[in-house]
Design a protein. Structure first.
Length: 94
């Protein structure tokens, strides 16, 4: 679970966003991908494309909500990880 994940918008569904590990073979994209970083100590970074396309870090924390669901909280929002497999995260869409 820990590590850096990038938004794989090509795989999104109507109700969820898909994230893959950063070493996934993504197709070329014109704009930077949003990223998530989960750390073993429970801290979290939301990596948002900044005005110069470099990631802008927003810190938060994550916790196991049970039944395979993770809850992520940061100052200006929340994320809910609905499922995770070896190289794929499925996040509830806002």
């Amino acid at each position: 679970m820990t590590g850096r994940w990038l938004h794989s918008r090509e795989e999104d569904t109507a109700s969820a966003d898909v994230y893959r590990r950063e070493d996934h073979a993504f197709p070329p994209a014109r704009r930077p991908r949003r990223g998530l970083e989960f750390r073993a100590d429970g801290t979290f970074l939301d990596l948002r494309p900044g005005p110069d396309d470099r990631p802008r870090e927003v810190a938060g924390h994550w916790e196991d909500a049970g039944a395979g669901v993770l809850r992520v909280v940061f100052p200006d929002g929340r994320l809910l990880v609905l499922s995770r497999s070896g190289d794929r995260l499925l996040l509830a869409r806002d």
